[in-house]
Design a binder for this molecule. Structure first.
Ligand code: ADP
Ligand code: MG
Length: 255
């Protein structure tokens, strides 16, 4: 049975997509069968893994709204062992269309259920909002990985995120857990970085990963080449830290 992790934080630009793509590729590199599901209408995980948007015939929108089976929408990325369910801008209509649909919160869960034995890990790259797309992801997931950007107001909005998690636990998915909290875009040269680290540790305690993702320019270049960092620049600091994160995630699961 594949273990499903949603990467979520309703703030944009905190490293959700960067972490989805690179954690996914690193887990695949370590022999895991990984499916990345892009449910952000921006489709950054889709383009970041080398999928040309113009070639996509069906995407996650068709799964959620048109009842196309998830297995029909899976594409191979250029990293072996990492598959993707793509998203395109048409997904931006789904939030409104889902509102009037039956079982609107559990559509993704039902679809993932049908393919779960083909993967070890299923990662869901969430949009920067707490709407029905994110609720679908939380309902379908075993756990949530929360990237937190190392900056002023890092913790702002996290209580809303935790409330949404509680609501989903109450109504749809009692077993939903927090997988871990990941500090991203950390700059060790500034006091700010250290302060934010201390604050996040104080708030989340044991749930914070030992691995911290520093600012690394190679990480920001890789998506425009359609490559995970371990293929774009395997020796970079970015590649090293995402491999370390993948090890930490596997170790937490006794692997
Ligand atoms: P989100 O999915 O939460 O909106 P992204 O992963 O797209 O965030 O990251 C936002 C921007 O920051 C992107 O341009 C990305 O390339 C860049 N970025 C993410 N993580 C890092 C990092 N560790 N170092 C440098 N740039 C990063
Ligand atoms: Mg994103």
């Amino acid at each position: 049975m594949g273990y499903v992790i949603a990467l979520a934080n309703q703030k944009g630009g905190v490293g959700k997509t960067t972490t989805s793509v690179n954690l996914g590729a690193c887990l695949a590199q370590m022999g895991q069968r990984v499916l990345l599901i892009d449910i952000d209408p921006q489709g950054n995980a889709t383009s970041g893994t080398g999928i040309q948007k113009a070639t996509i015939e069906q995407d996650i929108y068709d799964v959620l709204i048109n009842e196309i089976p998830l297995k029909d929408v899976i594409l191979k990325t250029n990293h072996a062992g990492l598959d993707i369910v793509p998203a395109t801008i048409q997904l931006s209509g789904a939030e409104v269309e889902l509102t009037s649909m039956m079982a609107r919160e559990i559509r993704l869960k039902d679809e993932i259920g049908a393919i779960t034995d083909q993967y070890d890990y299923i990662l869901i790259d969430c949009p920067p909002s707490l709407g029905l797309l994110t609720i679908n992801a939380f309902t379908a997931s075993n756990s949530i990985l929360i990237p937190v950007q190392s900056e002023y107001y890092a913790l702002e909005g996290l209580s809303q995120l935790l409330n949404t998690i509680k609501l989903v636990q109450k109504h749809f998915n009692p077993a939903l857990k927090i997988e871990g909290v990941l500090l991203t875009m950390f700059d060790a040269r500034t006091n700010l970085g250290q302060q934010v680290n201390a604050e996040v540790q104080k708030f989340f305690g044991e749930q914070v990963y030992d691995t911290i993702i520093p600012r690394n320019v190679r990480l920001s270049e890789a998506p425009s080449h359609g490559l995970p960092i371990i293929d774009y620049d395997p020796k970079s600091k970015g590649a090293q830290v995402y491999m370390a994160l993948a090890k930490e995630v596997l170790a937490a699961h006794g692997k």
